[in-house]
Design a protein around this ligand. Sequence first.
Ligand SMILES: [Zn+2]
Length: 381
Amino acid sequence: MPSVATETVALLQELVKIESVNPSLSPKGSGEKEVAKFLEGFCRERTLPYEFQEVTDGRSNFLTWVPGENPDKRILFIAHMDTVPIDKWESDPFSGEQKEGRVYGRGSCDTKGSLAAMLMALVSLGERRPKSTVVVAASIDEEFRKIGARAIAQSGLTYDAAVVGEPTDLELVVAHKGSVRWQVEVEGVPAHTSKPHLGVNAITGMAKIVLALDELNHALALRAHPLVGSPTLTVSLIEGGIELTTVPPVCRIWIDRRLIPGEQPQQAIQEVENVLESFREGGDKFKVRSLLPALEDPAPDSAESSKIAAVAATACADIARTGKYIGVPYGTDASQLSLVGIPCVVIGPGSINQAHTNDEFVEIEQLNKAVEIYQKIMLNY
Ligand SMILES: [Zn+2]
């Protein structure tokens, strides 16, 4: 019989070999389907129950579980199957190659490493029965709109707590930021650039707005959450104009606003509206409007005072000498689960510094410790 550690590495390598780039981020991406199919085979071989939960266009979450002693209590372990696209890799991004104590490949740390560790923690429970029913979910679409986690949150099945797998270097994350993203559009009046006074320049108008939003970003620094720090606002994309000799009639920007626990997406949008309102009331001739948000993902409530955080802290301390409560600036599936009141912690092997980068990898030592941490939580919650 191969050891759990050997099996975990092999499982992760298999998962990395299956390309599962989120199709909303790259039209060439295959999505999660083949990963879910592979997991079906994995569960069949081990006679674990499983279920596909279709979310959209043939893209399904995959769930497997082990019943607990207490039928009324349920804990969710969730890691996503989709990955971000690949850019300039030195090596094959889907090799799953093992070298120097690491497994390489797209998704190895974000978050197929967590997924492999959760599944192996579940499988290697063996005869031991967890207190609560343990559900391991492989979700779709975390990297875009998190509709997989939302479907799990809204499936009607209730969960008492959740452990979200993301690369935290096995640190225990109890709070993180959320985000809201939307566009602002300035409308001007086109004219020949030989007579620009006949037009209204949308780019110039937007330039003033962009600078005002930068000031708003500075003002946000005065607000802070003890674990995740301050909210931020970034103007991340801009496009405008139609050709070289026309006064630009339109200019658009994308805003990426990171939310701290307690801030609502609509509140953040309203703060930008207040800035826009000052331009509407001023002497400028352009029109300005906000478009409907593409993403509204509030920060989850901090899990500091929850039972899952306490149980996870003990497991992290025993196995990895981590477990201090920390906060991080990025988002996870926890935001969707928190919306229905599930307290969530985020723990996983690998570093966020490797996520989304070229030559992504995960340390095998961390991978194996993650199996132990997850299993300890499964047994003790
Ligand atoms: Zn990611």
